[in-house]
Design a protein. Sequence first.
Length: 201
Amino acid sequence: MEIYLVEKIYDGDYGCEEPEVAGPMASLILQSLQSDSEEKLSVEVPEKILSAQGISEGKKVCFKENGEILKYVRVVAAVIYEIKDGERRIFATARGYGEYKGWWEFPGGKIEQGETPRQAIVREIKEELTAEIVVEDFIKTLEYDYPTFHLSMDCFWARIASGRLELKEAEAARWLGKDEIESVAWLPADLELVEELKRQV
């Protein structure tokens, strides 16, 4: 999968065409972020797609196998664990906002410009849960297509270094042992990670 930066967006020039079939179109000028080539890619996309996905100049995009364009979002997630009675338990939170409110996930967030994934996860946990964490081993990177964006999520084991976990954004939280890990409704992208953790917890 190739990732592109949206350098410029131009309104479409319809001439004698009939734009009502797909609606108004926009022309995107894209620069590959994974190739040294200076050559730009130009694609036409319905304006309603750009609006629905929040695609604008300066954003990253990628393409599905069928050619559909998706906004590209890179995030990090912490699988925070503790050992209790000889069992490793992991910390999960329920979203407190948005389309997936009430669904369960591993805490984390977006990587800001200039940050490494490890730096981002330390900052995000401090902002969302107040605690300081130690980031341990990398688990895997998950790739998942939601309807309006592609998610790339770097996942790490982590443990609490100081403070305690206090919810600032999530509506609920639970510590889950191996036998409880499937007892909550996980976000679609997190399900693959859950399957991996069932082998490791």
